[in-house]
Design a protein. Structure first.
Length: 145
């Protein structure tokens, strides 16, 4: 299995507001940059979209080390998702899970794409070169008003 290192980030100008997502993928000496955005969205949706688009860009099952600065996404996928699914996509507070469409897409990718993913949180805006590049890509993806 190829090993791919991925850095993802989301950005929003207002929350909600115009937002962007970015991802940096590295495998050996090869790098790929991805970014995009939406005119009206939230920061959490852009953080999730960055991860979804990065994983969807992989053409075959890979060993993935995924760095993200969103505890919402990391904890959602590693801690909360199983309970949400068991409860029919409601939270412990009996509220509908926010961003359920994206959680279901992410869950499908994680469960069925064949990747071995290691989820690593990194402090945002703290000088980590990969995170800084993902942040820059996310900001490039923000649509102009």
């Amino acid at each position: 299995m190829n090993h791919v290192v991925i850095y993802t980030d989301g950005a929003c100008k207002g929350n909600p507001g115009p937002g962007g997502w970015g991802a940096l993928l590295r495998s050996g000496a090869v790098e790929k940059e991805l970014f995009g955005g939406e005119p009206e969205t939230t920061n959490n949706r852009m953080e999730m979209t960055a991860v979804i688009e990065a994983l969807a860009a992989l053409k075959r099952p890979c060993r993935v080390t995924l760095y993200l600065d969103s505890e919402y996404v990391r904890k959602g996928i590693t801690e909360w998702l199983k309970g949400w699914k068991a409860k029919g996509w409601v939270t412990a507070a009996k509220q509908p899970v926010k961003n359920v469409d994206l959680w279901q897409r992410l869950d499908d990718l994680v469960q069925h794409a064949g990747h071995q993913i290691e989820w690593r949180w990194v402090k945002g805006h703290a000088g980590d070169p990969g995170n800084e590049r993902a942040d820059s890509l996310a900001n490039r993806g923000v649509p102009a008003r």
